[in-house]
Design a protein. Structure first.
Length: 73
């Protein structure tokens, strides 16, 4: 066997990082921020569509939804 064939597939440095708890907590934090961002995007889309439909049906903007949108900003 040559020396290349004897090398481990995963280096010891990578194995140590895989066992490090802080990197997994960082990964969990990234996932949670992604979920929060997605949820906020869907809420914004829903409020925007509701505002559009109410304006389409009534002919005037909904003041309550406008206040809600201004409070988000």
């Amino acid at each position: 066997m040559t020396e290349q064939e004897k090398k481990p597939v995963i280096s010891p440095d990578v194995k140590a990082r895989l066992k490090d708890q802080s990197i997994w907590l960082y990964f969990l934090q990234l996932i949670m921020y992604g979920i929060a961002f997605g949820l906020c995007a869907w809420i914004l889309l829903g409020v925007s569509l509701l505002h559009f439909l109410l304006r389409l049906l009534t002919g005037e903007p909904n003041s309550e939804l406008q206040k809600f949108g201004q409070n988000l900003a």
